[in-house]
Design a protein around this ligand. Structure first.
Ligand code: URA
Length: 197
């Protein structure tokens, strides 16, 4: 189904009963940020704080994301943030394939409506939803991929896989890498915009 706009999508998603996560969620967490964003961040699924507030990346990992955005002079209102699944998997387990499948049309519509210049996947789970399964996050991170769009497979989308911000909470080396990769974003975006114009 095609939605007219994000508000319509949020309205429908807020009452979603497409999978079993509806039974355990507090709130649906559809997405947050700028509807005209050039940059779209995609994580795997909401955690405890996100479930309580209905907003993606508001817990500890979210604070790291905010810190990284500030590093490149951006804030949440400049970008769009979503997750592969919109409801919290109990105990933060990985989403089941049928949960991802049930939720996928929402993500596809978000990408279609926002039409970002770049999709930045956060963590290996999110990366594998968009990019080939033979990639390894440790070598793919920080590299730009031109790969098929989830909206229209005949078209290309630009992707940048990054480590998940949560890694920065317990691994100082990965935090450093994540921040170094993050600093590449303005240059990458400038290049994409130059190619388009
Ligand atoms: N981790 C995610 O992948 N998404 C969130 O919204 C929060 C934590």
């Amino acid at each position: 189904m095609e939605y007219k706009n994000l508000e319509e999508l949020y309205g429908i998603a807020s009452k979603c009963e497409r999978c079993a996560l509806q039974k355990t969620r507090t709130n649906v967490v559809p997405g947050d940020g700028n509807k005209n964003a050039q940059i779209m961040f995609i994580g795997e699924g909401p955690g405890k704080n996100e479930d309580i507030q209905g907003i993606p990346f508001v817990g500890a990992a979210g604070r790291i994301l905010d810190e990284m955005l500030a590093l490149v002079n951006l804030d949440r209102q400049d970008v769009y943030i979503a997750n592969v699944v919109k409801c919290r998997p109990p105990e933060n387990r990985d989403p089941e394939p049928e949960e991802v499948k049930a939720c996928w049309p929402y993500l596809k519509e978000q990408v279609r409506l926002i039409n970002p210049q770049i999709i930045i996947t956060l963590g290996r789970h999110a990366m594998y939803r968009f990019l080939p399964s033979d990639l390894k996050i440790s070598t793919a991170r920080g590299k730009v991929y031109r790969y098929k769009s989830i909206v229209d497979e005949t078209k290309h989308q630009i992707y940048l896989p990054l480590y998940h911000p949560a890694v920065a909470l317990y691994n100082p080396n990965q935090k450093k890498t994540l921040f170094e990769d993050f600093k590449k974003i303005p240059k990458i975006l400038k290049k994409i915009n130059n190619e388009i114009s």
